[in-house]
Design a protein around this ligand. Structure first.
Ligand SMILES: [Zn+2]
Length: 98
């Protein structure tokens, strides 16, 4: 084997090793990104349900939540949606099952 061939082979092995390292690093990055995206999607899904009415009720004037309450027969969003399984209560609320 000539020196040129030996150098060429070493360079190829080096490139392969580098590619393998980069692949490993990329796989770790992808795993991290996947976990992050999953967490974001989960958080957004959870936040959407919680904020849809709760945030409006808090930030808007009373007339809006009064309308909402009338629609719900006096129940808050949580008790209207989950009934006795509701873990939260948003006043005003006429639910008396506690
Ligand atoms: Zn309630």
């Amino acid at each position: 084997m000539t020196n040129a061939e030996r150098i060429a082979q070493l360079e190829k092995e080096l490139a392969d090793a580098k590619a393998a390292l980069e692949l490993e690093a990329m796989q770790k990055q992808i795993a991290t990104l996947t976990a992050t995206v999953e967490r974001l999607v989960t958080d957004r899904g959870r936040g959407y349900n919680t904020n849809k009415y709760g945030r409006n009720g808090r930030h808007r004037s009373n007339s809006r939540s009064r309308t909402r309450v009338n629609e719900n027969k006096g129940l808050c969003y949580y008790h209207d949606t989950f009934g006795e399984k509701a873990r939260k209560c948003h006043q005003p609320c006429n639910y008396s099952g506690n």
